[in-house]
Design a protein around this ligand. Sequence first.
Ligand SMILES: [Zn+2]
Ligand SMILES: [Zn+2]
Length: 134
Amino acid sequence: MNLNVANCPRCGRIFAKTVRNLCPQCLAEEEELYQKVYRYLRENPKSTVQQVSENTGVPEERILAFLRQDRLLASEWSFLTYPCERCGTPIKSGRYCEKCTVEMQHSLDAAARSIKPREDKDHRSGYHYKGHLR
Ligand SMILES: [Zn+2]
Ligand SMILES: [Zn+2]
């Protein structure tokens, strides 16, 4: 018998694994919270995460989790933002703000460049630099 079971990360109950990594009880609870938040936002589309939390009783971090999982799209609601995972700047999509995305891209590029062996680039005519531009 190959039962695919796991401990629910939220309540610790053992459950048969599904696509979602939560037991049915926690999943139902999560769904309920999500519906609450969604209904509130539909009626009050100009709310911030703090206001939604205050008025629905759903903890802010749960709302943020919905946003990070893309269950709630911050870009659909004008005042809804969540912090960039790197610097905390309020953002509306993805996990990082634009600045961090660019910075991380740069450091990735730099890392990739330092891994590549230095080849005989110097000999290629196209790579000559003339110093100052006039
Ligand atoms: Zn559970
Ligand atoms: Zn950032």
